[in-house]
Design a protein around this ligand. Sequence first.
Ligand SMILES: [Zn+2]
Length: 182
Amino acid sequence: MKKLVVTLFVFIALTVTQALAYNLKDFSNDGRIIAAMQLLEQNGDYDVFANMQKNRVKVMFYNLSGYGNVYGTNSYDQYGRRVILINSVYANAPVEQIACLIAHESMHVLRKATLEEETIATQKEAATWVKLKRASVTYPESKLTKRLNKLAGLHRASLADGNNYIHDKIASSSFYKAQFGI
Ligand SMILES: [Zn+2]
């Protein structure tokens, strides 16, 4: 009985600590973005928040139609503060998909992304989708769903045989070849 009480106390204490760890409203004032961040927090993705907190990042939906076909990007506001911009085309995407895009962008720390950093960010995006995708949900037939499912497949294949298929995909993409000058 005593052991159970101690265990319960520790459990409650941990839960309270984690709930207080991040005030998600510090990062965004958009309800769907906050809901997506709650999923990440429940999922134990503290690396996402550690990075955003360190850099005092704000996350928002933004019209990125002038930037080609991007899902999200890191930018800076007029005060030089980092902002994560999620393409507003996906403002109504399922929150678990928005969470994947936030997880990806939160991994970027350099002002100019490198192949290595893009690989880490995309691996995080894929791993997040593997964890958050719900078997009971029929997801919209969007480009984002296709992308996430493809990345999840590459992620699983990499875990199975030790290759890094996500790295290979990025390294061979003409979009990133141009961006990284490779
Ligand atoms: Zn990226």
